[in-house]
Structures are given as C-alpha cells and as structure tokens.
Design a protein around this ligand. Structure first.
Ligand SMILES: [Zn+2]
Length: 263
C-alpha cells in the first residue's frame, strides 16, 4: 500500500556545471515559470541554465494504459501543472481484460480520473481516454498513429512523453514508435518503467521536491486495483526517485531518454 506520510529528506547543494546541458535546458525554467529570479535554490529543485519553457507550454503525456503516465512521469505531471503548463494525459487502454476478477471492468477508468485530479489536473479537460484492448496494440498500429496525428493537430504540444524505445511490452513499444512517427517536429522524451526496460539511458532529469513526490505517490495510491503489482509497492517507486535524485546531488528525480529535442 502506498503511504504518503514518510518524511522526506531535503535536497542539498547547488547543481554543478558538469551536469549535462540537456538537464539545464529542461529544468532551468522552474524559477522563471514560477516568477522567481534566477540564482539560489528553490524547493522545486530548480537549476540555473538556459530557459526553454519560459512561457506556458503544452505537454502531452502518452500512456499506453492507465497508470503508465503516473508511474513514469507523475512527478513531472504534478510539477509542471503546478507551474502553469498545460499537461494533457492521453491513455490508450483502460485494460478491461486484465482487471482482477471480482472488480468492475471499468475500475481503471475511475481510478485514472482520481489520479489525474490528485496531480492537479482536470480530468474532463486534460484526460483523454481511448479504449484499445490491452496487449493488442501492434495490430492497431495505424489507428493509433492516426489518433496521435489528431492529438498533434488539436493540442499542438511542445513536448511529448512516452514509454522507452527499450520497453519490451508490445503496447508500450507501439506507443513509442507511433509517437516518433506522429510527432516529427516536437520534442520527445521517454519515461522510465524499469520492470519493462531492457536498458534505460538517463539523459534528462526532472528534479522533484518532496511535495511533488508525495503528490505522485498519492496519485498512484488511487489505483487500488493495482496494489498487488510489484511496481506499485511504495518502496519501489520511492527508491527509484531517490536513485535518480542520487545521480544529481540528492533529493528526488525522474529520468528520461531523449528521442528528439527541439531547441
Ligand atoms: Zn502499461
């Protein structure tokens, strides 16, 4: 069960100049977007560097199934929403076929709405829920591509997040490959789900405050139907956030692979 009561250690120390440039590009915007002057250190883990997301941006998170977006980048979703960016979460399956016996087949549709609300988003406006059958995405590749092209036209996202190219789940792999086809002129980052990744390159980091991580953990706790899964155990997701934070200078973080970055 996911608890939200554990006390979080504080981030320590400034980000050093050796931190990869992409990190600075992506995360340098925190203070600016929050209306704060550059310099010093923010509770949100802001780093100094070139500002990319100076204005409100549209961030599209592609989730093969309900919960993938929250697991892979729930901290980013909470943080960027709080900063005023427009985060839209498009999910392609509510996995009716894999819902545990005895539960409502639509339980995940309800749970994802609660999770999105906890992240600070409006599920009526910022959650798009498709209904492809779980584990069948490869045979609907073209339909999924066309859905994404419609999303591109409607939302005009500045940044798209999707699973990794090294994700072995057939649905996740389909979403990533079709996203690369559909969003040819957008920045694309891949989020991390270690239980499905053969390998994962930590190109980019989103540093998270204790509050961002707590919000992510609360959102994950909305998935009561998934608590039996190993990766929904509290220590798994907290440990990953600590590990990615340890690659910086402590605190918490989520890591991403870069497919394309538009400067
Ligand atoms: Zn999934």
């Amino acid at each position: 069960m996911l608890s939200t009561t554990r006390r979080m250690p504080r981030r320590v120390g400034p980000v050093r100049s050796a931190v990869p440039r992409l990190f600075l590009l992506f995360f340098g915007c925190w203070r600016c977007a929050a209306g704060l002057p550059l310099g010093g250190r923010a509770a949100g883990g802001g780093a100094e560097g070139k500002q990319v997301f100076e204005q409100k941006r549209t961030i599209l998170v592609l989730g093969p199934h309900t919960d993938d977006g929250e697991l892979g980048c729930g901290g980013l979703m909470a943080k960027r929403t709080a900063m005023g960016h427009d985060v839209v979460y498009a999910v392609f399956s509510s996995c009716r076929r894999s819902v545990p016996d005895g539960l409502d087949r639509d339980v995940l549709r309800h749970e994802v709405r609660r999770a999105v609300e906890i992240l600070g988003m409006d599920p009526d406006r910022q959650l798009i829920l498709k209904d492809y059958e779980v584990r069948t995405f490869p045979q609907y590749r073209q339909e999924i591509l066309e859905d994404m092209i419609r999303l591109r036209a409607e939302l005009k996202p500045d940044l798209v997040l999707c699973p990794s190219l090294n994700d072995v789940h057939q649905d996740h792999a389909t979403i990533c490959r079709e996203a690369i086809r559909a969003f040819k002129k957008q920045s694309i980052l891949c989020y991390e789900e270690p239980w499905n990744n053969i390998t994962f390159s930590t190109h980019v980091f989103e540093s998270l405050s204790p509050e961002h991580l707590e919000t992510k953990m609360k959102a994950l706790s909305a998935y009561e139907s998934q608590r039996h899964r190993t990766y929904f155990q509290e220590d798994v997701m907290r440990s990953l956030a600590v590990m990615r934070g340890a690659q910086l200078e402590g605190g918490y973080a989520e890591a991403f692979e870069v497919v394309r970055w538009m400067l």
